[in-house]
Design a protein around this ligand. Structure first.
Ligand SMILES: C[S@@+](CC[C@H](N)C(=O)[O-])C[C@H]1O[C@@H](n2cnc3c(N)ncnc32)[C@H](O)[C@@H]1O
Length: 246
């Protein structure tokens, strides 16, 4: 898998290309609220540029520890009085035992090199009964992401992502035996297909980085052809999975 190095260039590209604007996250807010509201501390694992860490702080008035290994990504997390930004990985979290009462891992689970170690580490830092919320595109469950219609070869990279079954098994071994929920959650990724096409940054997307130059160019051509064919531009609504374990 062609993982992103997350240096300053790709961090800036990530912000442009991949952050879902806050107004596009209303369904995510509703989906996570039952698990997150009322928490003392939420740990955002692989927080990236902090889109969700700050959203959680503002939506639910909760403290968030945003953990990410990339200095360039952490540097883009907006300052917020409820958000602490710290260096770390899922496999080595800079938190005390039983420190947090929810964990959030958004489009970062495929970056975790040792899933079993990460699950054990989350068991250590979470209070008993605390949920782990995983937002991801899982292999075989990608149909709700429009990008794959234009770049069908991008599913090649997805096959290296951990499956729902693999994630559940790793977390069950670590003591998270219950699957509280698994389902697709919509989001408005972009206000129109034209904006989505303009925002694409190949370097900021693991599934696009693995394409050949030709595959990428053909996908962009398909996307621009769809833009040109649209009589009435409509928002781009994608569906990613939310897996909740405890
Ligand atoms: C696709 S970004 C997701 C950022 C953010 N969670 C979001 O949804 O916008 C993936 C992030 O995972 C981070 N990452 C890479 N390896 C990691 C690891 N082993 N543990 C935790 N995070 C990791 C990267 O630095 C990057 O910021």
């Amino acid at each position: 898998m062609s993982l992103i190095p997350y240096d300053h260039t790709t961090a800036a590209a990530y912000r442009t290309a991949r952050e879902v604007p806050r107004e596009g996250l209303v369904w995510w807010r509703a989906a996570v609220e039952p698990y997150v509201r009322g928490s003392e501390l939420v740990v955002d694992v692989g927080a990236g540029t902090g889109a969700f860490a700050t959203a959680f702080a503002e939506w639910f008035d909760v403290r968030v520890t945003a953990v990410d290994p990339s200095p360039a990504m952490r540097a883009l997390i907006p300052a917020h009085p409820l958000v602490d930004v710290v260096a770390g990985t899922a496999e080595s979290l800079p938190l005390a035992d039983d420190a947090a009462d929810a964990a959030w891992i958004s489009t970062a689970i495929h970056h975790v090199t040792d899933l079993d170690a990460a699950a054990r580490e989350l068991r250590r830092v979470l209070c008993l009964g605390a949920p782990v919320l995983i937002r991801s595109v899982f292999p075989g469950r990608h149909e709700g992401v429009r990008l794959f219609r234009y770049f069908p070869e991008a599913t090649r990279e997805l096959s290296a992502f951990p499956t729902v079954e693999r994630v559940c098994a790793a977390f069950a071994d670590a003591g998270f035996e219950r699957v509280l929920s698994l389902g697709l959650v919509p989001q408005q990724t972009a206000p129109s297909l034209r904006v989505a096409a303009e925002r694409i940054r190949r370097e900021a997307d693991t599934v696009l980085r693995g394409l050949s130059d030709e595959e990428f160019a053909e996908g962009m051509n398909r996307m621009w052809a769809s833009v040109a064919a649209e009589d009435h531009p409509a928002p781009v609504v994608d569906h990613l999975d939310l897996l909740v374990l405890c």
